[in-house]
Design a protein around this ligand. Structure first.
Ligand SMILES: Cc1ncc(C[n+]2csc(CCOP(=O)(O)OP(=O)(O)O)c2C)c(N)n1
Length: 667
């Protein structure tokens, strides 16, 4: 199928009962992105700006949508939706400063053109990966539904991005949870150079909606009145009767994927046919034909728009290039938060590791009525490990949510909740499954504050670790995947006291956390746990045991292995439990190295590129003068985690660790 101009062959404008003023307002709104792009083309040729993703020929979709929604309803645009930004009246000088990477742009020079949001304008911009946008809209829609705000959220996708798994997950969650979200697919015939027929094997997205249990409508994407009226009608209805709707806007990409990359691969006749359907020219001609737009008004409005653009550009060009400020760059990685540690008060009881986690979660749910739990089977079933057993009855199904099997969408929805002031806890059924939610964590949650100052108040619980003969996909230690990502915090308790206190601490902090909980510890250890709510300091290690021959630095299950090994071997060791992996406690590490002069790092994770590699390198560099022996480390074999118990035993570092420890003591 060659992408033709199906129901858009003739743009049939119908003014319905819109006033002349309303029609002219839409006209003015429609010409802004076009006049900006015309100007940018001139500037590009002059070498004054760099390339961008053009929305030329698709403006009617953004403009119809942005004018149909109320200004306090969120829109999540993509890379061809300049009209959303101008339609929400973002100051043009800031928009241009953003394009130019200037300080007064929305990302202080840290991200490109449309990759930013502005809460004030109820716009949430994309990341390059396209599809992850949809789940964030789900989260915002969920927040509206939970707080009974009659609001619609609108999110865009290209037809190409619809092939991503995130598209499927985003639509499916919205359908299952009946979220008030409008999904607009801009069906413009190409994803970069790939035509639709090489992208998917159906003709229209309206065929897809019903498959999700979702209404779907098709509009003439080049007809601003059709887009506007359709979304206006849908939004009014959805506010009263929350549900998702898929809107397919048929249009065509008239310029290269990115400006200056050309359109050689597009048959010439298509460009010619679609040029006849230009959204700006056709609407203008329609308004002239019905006597709403005369030559003088047209001239006046266009001059007004051009002046605003030129004024904005002048300010943006006059701004000096950024002077890097190291402190500011580092400080903006995390949302500002200074933990006030809440010391335990009152009696303690003996609790298993698992019960301590459950206890913390329950008390945080009581403390934060805006905390929402999401995960597979965490409702009536209580989660596969029963951490949330009874939670649904106590806190209700709105706050304790069983999710479809879609880690990426749920983590993205967590971010959407956070945008609306909620807190989210997402339970991975097993830490291993986070791999299918990876992108949302490392690219959305981790980077959003640095990029444009938005917090991601999400804690992801990660039942982790081996020793249960559960094979390569239910046993992994994957904390190092995240350790390398600026913007995340990682905690990993080794005992019931810290398990509760660190979970509470993570849930207090508005920054994104990975909370690792070792499955083997759930029911195998217990300890004294204060009954009341308390927190443990994040970023602070603790000595699990004190000694003077060597220092063992470790975390999680490693703490228990180390205690057992030194006891069996009769060694006097400092055992430093890191507790927080990111940011880790350099002071405590330096202090124990200084004290013993001999250090070994023990981790359950495979050895290469693990947490130990980083910390040992740091010790070598910063504590060299205190060392009496080489810095050593031990971890699991560099293989996947094997299933058979004897293979798993060999994989884990426990036996090799003892040999290394002996070597170190005797050095
Ligand atoms: C995950 C991912 N893969 C590849 C790309 C590169 N890329 C950027 S836009 C694009 C085409 C997107 O097509 P579509 O969704 O139809 O939007 P359009 O550009 O046509 O508006 C591609 C392949 C990307 N940004 N993200």
């Amino acid at each position: 199928m060659e992408f033709s101009a199906p129901n858009a062959q003739i743009l049939t404008f119908d003014r319905k009962n819109h006033s002349d003023e309303a029609l002219l307002k839409l006209y003015e709104s429609l010409i802004v992105p076009r006049r900006i792009e015309e100007k940018m083309l001139i500037l590009l040729r002059q070498g004054r700006i760099s390339k961008w993703f053009s929305g030329w020929g698709q403006e009617a979709i953004s403009i119809g949508a942005v004018n149909a929604l109320n200004s306090d309803e969120f829109i999540l645009p993509m890379h061809r939706n300049l009209g959303i930004f101008t339609g929400r009246n973002l100051p043009l000088e800031r928009l241009f400063a953003q394009f130019q990477g200037k300080k007064s742009g929305f990302t202080k020079g840290r991200d490109r053109s449309f990759h930013f949001g502005s809460i004030e304008h109820h716009i949430l911009g994309m990341i390059s990966h396209l599809g992850p946008q949809l789940a964030i809209a789900d989260g915002i829609g969920l927040a509206h539904k939970l707080s009974k705000e009659k609001k619609v959220t609108l999110v865009f996708s290209g037809d190409g991005a619809s092939s991503e798994g995130d598209f499927h997950e985003g639509l499916n969650v919205a359908a299952v949870w009946k979220l008030p979200v409008i999904f607009v697919v801009e069906h413009n015939g190409y994803g970069l150079s790939t035509p639709s027929e090489e992208q998917f094997a159906f003709k229209y997205f309206t065929e897809k909606g019903p498959g999700y249990g979702m209404e779907a409508v098709r509009v003439q994407g080049n007809n601003v009145l059709d887009v506007y009226d359709t979304i206006l009608r849908l939004a009014e209805d959805i506010r009263e009767n929350p549900r998702p709707v898929l809107v397919e806007a048929i249009t065509f990409r008239m310029r290269g994927h990115e400006e200056a990359s050309g359109t050689k691969y597009v048959p010439k006749h298509l460009m010619e046919e679609w040029a006849q359907l230009d959204p700006v020219d056709n609407y203008e001609a329609y308004l002239e034909s019905i006597g709403v737009l005369d030559a003088a008004t047209k001239e006046k409005l266009n001059q007004k728009v051009k002046k605003a653009i030129n004024d904005g550009l002048e300010i943006a060009f006059a701004e000096e290039p950024i002077t890097p400020n190291l402190e500011e760059e580092l400080a903006d990685v995390y949302a500002p938060f200074s933990q006030e540690v809440i010391a335990p008060k009152g009696p303690s009881t003996e609790k298993r590791f698992i019960d301590a986690i459950s206890d913390g979660l329950r008390q945080s749910m009581e403390k934060y009525p805006n905390l929402i739990l999401m995960g597979q089977d965490i409702g009536e079933y209580g989660g596969v490990f029963k951490i949330t057993d009874g939670f649904k009855v106590k806190f209700g199904g709105d706050r304790v949510r069983n999710t479809p099997l879609c880690e990426s969408a749920i983590i993205g929805a967590g971010l959407g909740l956070s945008i609306k002031g909620y807190k989210a806890m997402v339970e991975m059924q097993f830490a291993d499954f986070v791999s299918v939610g990876f992108n949302q964590i490392v690219n959305n949650l981790a980077k959003i504050h640095y990029r444009w100052g938005q917090q991601a108040d999400v804690v992801i619980r990660m039942p982790t670790g081996a020793g249960t003969a559960a094979g390569p996909f239910h046993s992994q230690s994957n904390e190092a995947w995240f350790f390398h990502t600026p913007g995340l915090k990682i905690v990993y308790p080794s005992n019931p006291h810290d398990a509760k206190g660190l979970l509470n601490a993570a849930l207090e902090d508005p920054n994104p956390y990975l909370y690792f909980e070792h499955k083997l510890l759930y029911r195998s250890i217990s300890g004294s746990v204060p009954e009341n709510y308390y927190t443990v300091e994040v970023g602070k290690a603790a000595l699990a045991q004190e000694g003077n021959q060597v220092s063992i630095i470790t975390y999680g299950m490693g703490v228990h292995w180390a205690i057992k090994a030194v006891e069996e071997m009769g060694i006097s060791a400092d055992i430093l439990d890191l507790r927080t992996l990111l940011p880790w406690d350099q002071e405590a590490v330096a202090a124990t190295v200084k004290k013993t002069g001999k250090v070994i790092f023990l981790q359950e994770d495979t050895l290469t590129g693990g947490i130990g590699a980083e910390i040992c390198a740091w010790i070598s560099e910063h504590c060299f003068k205190d060392l009496d022996a080489p810095v050593m480390r031990e971890g699991s074999l560099d293989t996947p985690v094997p299933f058979a118990p004897n293979l798993e035993k060999q994989f884990l570092p426990t036996e090799r660790f003892k040999g290394k420890l002996r070597e170190l003591v005797e050095f």
